[in-house]
Design a protein around this ligand. Structure first.
Ligand SMILES: [Zn+2]
Length: 435
């Protein structure tokens, strides 16, 4: 016993001194190798996912200056919870969340117009949050561009590079308004209707069909696309996106990913002969149309519900996957597209997935090789219990190598599309090679 204790002490001493000397020798290298880029979020705490009350936003038109200047949130995807005229063509708008506590993802979208064309200034203020999303402007609600930086003023700018503390407390924007409404929105507006029209346009291809796999609390359909050139294949992929409504950049990359798999290239045709791709492009249509910051109409973060399945959206995908497994499908890959402070990958560590999970890392490496202009960090998780998030559930229940694919809020849109395309091409190549 004593001997063991002594050797333990000696062991500890050696370990400590090694550590010390190593750190003193390597200080210079350590500084040089300081991690760069977004390092990712901490593991998510376990939270209950039974329904919580949601405050529906009041919808209507705010009118000012003797009924000559108007603001409205009366459209799908809008969020505007209050407006005040402060005089001198200055307005303050308030943006609040559907319920709390909530992740800081302060979505906003509203329209503004006037009978007296002029420049006005709008201050964006938020409930327990800061100004995360840089304003996008549109004159038709379809085509958006970033507000010109000369018309943007950050109030009480943040500190650091990433996260809510790094963005301004408030933002002030100057707009030239006239009789035609201008849309002001946190990101491009992809409502359930717009997503469905994309699904329908792609479904004109003979090898793509779409159908409902369930309904949300507000009875919106959960649409699923099935991409498949052959009825013989039983190898399948499961792709989902937008559990969190404001995460439009993830959606844009997913869209390009799916369009590439559905394209006319030899690779895509060959791939579709051997694989079926199932896609739920909009996991949270209630949240998207109600302009939610993050939750569904049950007031719940859907990506915490893949353990207990209290919500209709997660239940419908769970039941769909179970049905397909029973039908004999083998799931060879799964991806869940999201957005955050910068591009990052959240795979499962091969210490828990073994040989099966290696393809995810090969895939990340080959995407990175082809897109050296923007480095993305990789933060692997080695926790399989509780499943809680989609990626972990996909692996634990259906043995699919899976990933949370995150794109930055401000990643340039052409790059999002390129990354979605490259990701699809590299995945098709790897999956075809593993046959
Ligand atoms: Zn997300």
């Amino acid at each position: 016993m004593r001997l063991t204790l002594v050797s333990l002490f000696i062991g500890l001493f050696i370990l400590t001194s090694c550590k010390n000397s190593a750190s003193s020798i390597n200080t210079e290298t350590a500084i040089k190798e300081k991690p760069t880029g977004y390092q990712g979020q901490q593991p998510s705490p376990i939270v209950p996912t039974v329904n919580k009350p949601v405050q529906k936003q009041w919808k209507g038109i705010w009118s000012f200056d003797s009924d000559s200047t108007f603001f409205t949130n009366d459209f799908d995807g809008a969020r505007l919870n209050g407006v005040a005229a402060d005089g001198n063509d200055h307005y303050t708008v308030w943006i609040t969340a559907e319920n709390t506590p909530i992740n800081v993802s302060p979505w906003y979208a509203f329209k503004v117009w006037t009978e007296n064309p002029r420049d006005i200034t709008i201050k964006l203020s938020y409930q327990d949050s800061r100004s995360r999303y840089y304003p996008k402007i549109s004159t038709d609600g379809i085509h958006f561009k970033s507000l010109d930086s000369t018309n943007f003023k950050a109030i009480n700018p943040g500190e650091g590079e990433f996260g809510i503390k790094a963005v301004p407390e408030l933002a002030e924007l100057t707009l030239s308004i006239g009789k035609n409404p201008i849309w002001v929105s946190a990101q491009e507006l992809y409502t359930s209707k717009r997503v469905k029209s994309w699904i329908d346009s792609l479904s004109t291809k003979p090898f793509i069909s779409n159908y409902e796999i369930g309904k949300t609390t507000e009875k919106r359909p959960m649409h699923l696309m099935e991409i498949n050139d052959s009825s013989l294949t039983k190898k399948a992929l499961m792709i989902i996106s937008r559990q969190h409504p404001p995460e439009v950049t993830g959606f844009i990359a997913m869209k390009s990913f799916i369009e590439t798999i559905s394209s006319d290239t030899e690779q895509a045709k060959n791939f579709r002969e051997k694989h079926t791709v199932f896609v739920v492009p909009l996991m949270n249509p209630d949240g998207a149309d109600n302009g939610h910051w993050r939750h569904n109409m049950g007031g719940i973060d859907l990506n915490r519900d893949w353990q207990n399945f209290n919500q209709p959206e997660t239940k419908s995908v769970r039941d769909f996957l179970n049905k397909k497994s029973t039908d004999g499908y083998e799931f060879v890959f799964g991806a869940d597209f999201h957005s955050t402070w910068d591009d990052i990958y959240y795979p499962l560590d091969t210490t828990v997935t073994g040989e099966k999970g290696k393809i995810v890392f090969d895939w990340i490496d080959s995407i990175s090789d082809r897109l050296p202009q923007k480095k993305s960090n990789v933060k692997a998780s080695d926790k399989l219990d509780p499943t809680m998030v989609s990626r972990t559930y996909f692996f634990v229940k259906h043995q699919m190598p899976a990933i949370v694919f995150e794109l930055g809020d401000n990643t340039p849109r052409p790059f999002l599309k390129e990354k979605g395309k490259v990701a699809a091409e590299e995945l098709m190549r790897l999956l075809l090679e593993t046959e």
